[in-house]
Design a protein around this ligand. Structure first.
Ligand code: SF4
Length: 293
């Protein structure tokens, strides 16, 4: 609203809108932000598809049952998840309208590989695909793909990282998910396709800022999936042996060792901390920050 527009209605607003204190608002949000689900105390013993591209050291902490030193799931994240769920429901409804194809929503599965040398345990990974489209009538292909079944993955994301970033000269400095699928989403869908033995997968992006959508069609790449499984299996072996993996990322603790710095200057050079560490739930444990003794 422009200032002159506001000036015209200011008196009306002064009369009709109550002044709230921070405490009044906080008091209500105390109830609104109460989690609706009980936090499970279950210790995870297997992998999930979303682990496939996680830092192996973070995975080690997580699967070993270490308590998060930098928990990120607060009221704000829970609301972001709830919004994502609502968007997914809306997209699912629309896929039910695809003629000649049956849409199966939220299909869970697991990839189990029996123990084999040189691994110390068998391998088990849980996944859940957002949907499966199965042809039951007619010969109408989807997006020109000659297949009778497709795995679907829905992702709702903000304008950044959805949109491709260009500088004033028009040079690309960032590939948005609209044009290039995010690597973790690519890996997750590949695992879903592999688990369901389906050759094609459809990755559907939804921009939360403006409802713009983009679709990528992926072809199963078994070599890629085998490599992912090997990587996770090796982490599992290390957990069994109690061997903490090396840090695959760089970050720079501040002098007091209370937090990670985004950047660090050394002479003329500036070094950037990897964002993986800046947002990691185990950053304090990993980098020895905020030690009490
Ligand atoms: S702080 Fe960085 S290196 Fe350490 S576990 Fe987290 S992401 Fe991995």
């Amino acid at each position: 609203m422009k200032i002159e527009e506001f000036d015209k209605i200011k008196e009306l607003y002064d009369e009709s809108i109550l002044e709230l204190t921070k405490e009044d608002t906080a008091d209500l949000f105390k109830y609104l932000d109460k989690p609706i689900q009980w936090k499970s105390n279950r210790t995870r013993r297997t992998f999930y598809a979303s682990d496939a591209t996680r830092c192996e050291r973070q995975l080690f902490y997580s699967v070993s049952g270490e308590k998060e030193t930098n928990p990120s799931i607060g009221p704000k994240q829970l609301k972001i998840f709830a919004l994502g769920d609502a968007i997914h429901e809306g997209i699912s409804e629309r896929y039910k309208k695809v003629g000649g194809w049956q849409f199966y929503e939220e299909v869970p599965g697991e990839i189990h590989i029996p123990k084999a040398e040189p691994h110390e345990n068998d391998f088990l990974l849980h996944y859940r695909v957002d949907g499966i489209l199965d042809r039951f009538a007619g010969d109408k292909d989807i997006m020109g793909i000659d297949a009778d079944r497709m795995i679907l993955e829905f992702k709702s994301i903000a304008d950044f990282p959805y949109t491709t970033g260009k500088n004033k000269k028009g040079d690309i400095y960032w590939f948005g998910a609209k044009d290039v699928p995010k690597y973790d989403h690519f890996a997750q869908l590949q695992l879903g396709m592999y688990g369901e033995s389906v050759k094609y997968g459809l990755l559907h992006y939804y921009n939360k800022n403006n409802s713009e959508e983009a679709i990528h069609v992926l072809k199963l790449n078994e070599t890629f999936v085998h490599d992912l499984i090997q990587r996770m299996w090796e982490v599992m072996d290390r957990i069994a042996r109690g061997e903490l993996p090396e840090r695959p990322f760089k970050a720079y603790p501040n002098k007091g060792k209370t937090a990670l710095q985004k950047t660090k200057k050394e002479g003329e050079k500036t070094f950037k901390s990897d964002w993986h560490c800046l947002y990691c739930n185990y950053a304090d444990m990993c980098w020895g920050l905020n030690k009490t003794e």
